[in-house]
Design a protein around this ligand. Structure first.
Ligand code: SF4
Length: 229
């Protein structure tokens, strides 16, 4: 069903048109709609930026970070990866396996991430970065799944020098301020974040819950309320 929302971003009207899923759906089925709002937030932030954005094509420093994604994104990306044509599918599956193997020494910490306090989360992220694990989707230092990339990747635009991203320490990286669709979407789901490199295993271990079926309009309204707050 065709639908649209009129927003005002930095005082300028913005109309977002989308195909609204019909009937009760899981958040993953609403994700293409939520991504359109994420893209709109990024565009508005770029237009309002008061300092240059350092991110450029071919700089994949941030793609070695611990990337936290949501259940809806894990489910959609798992389907995406497993429906890729060969030999690309096997190549990406091998990269996921290699990334998981390289992070083996941190497995216990990654698996107990839900219990971490803020300093613990920061330490986990910094220690993970030190391992130099490239995202399985990183190709020639660019995102190989640009249209499918998680919202947190869309919304991560850096204004500090790009070189700093290769040696991040707490408080050194400044990002473009914007309303975060990623954060608003996270509140539609109960679970904790999932490390991107774990998404395939996580989806295999967590079959889709029929109880997660919800009215897409009600989910979109909750998302928009949070985005506007
Ligand atoms: S999904 Fe793309 S943008 Fe995000 S970390 Fe991976 S390669 Fe980088």
């Amino acid at each position: 069903m065709k639908a649209h929302v009129e927003l005002k971003l930095d005082g300028k009207p913005k109309r977002i048109e989308f195909d609204m899923p019909e009937g009760a759906v899981r958040p993953a089925e609403l994700l293409p709609v939520l991504r359109q709002f994420s893209n709109a937030m990024v565009e508005a932030a770029e237009a309002a930026a008061t300092e240059p954005i350092s991110c450029t094509k071919g700089c994949g420093a941030c793609c070695r970070q611990l990337v936290p994604i949501r259940e809806m994104e894990a489910r959609r990306l798992a389907v995406f990866v497993r429906s890729l044509p060969e030999p690309r599918r096997s190549m990406i599956l091998e990269r996921f396996a290699a990334a998981r193997a390289k992070s083996a020494g941190m497995r216990a910490r990654l698996d107990s991430r839900a219990g971490l306090d803020q300093p613990g989360r920061i330490a986990l992220k910094l220690d993970y970065f030190d391992l130099g694990i490239a995202c399985p989707f990183l190709e020639d230092e660019s995102c190989g799944i640009y249209e499918e990339r998680p919202m947190i990747c869309r919304e991560h635009l850096v204004t500090t020098p790009a070189a700093w991203c290769a040696t991040p320490r707490e408080g050194t990286i400044r990002t473009l301020p914007m309303r975060r669709a990623d954060s608003a979407a996270a509140k539609l789901e109960a679970g904790d974040w999932i490390p991107l490199i774990d998404l395939l295993d996580w989806v295999d271990e967590h079959p889709a819950d029929e109880g997660a079926l919800r009215d897409p309009r009600e989910m979109l309204q909750a998302f928009l309320r949070d985005l506007a707050s």
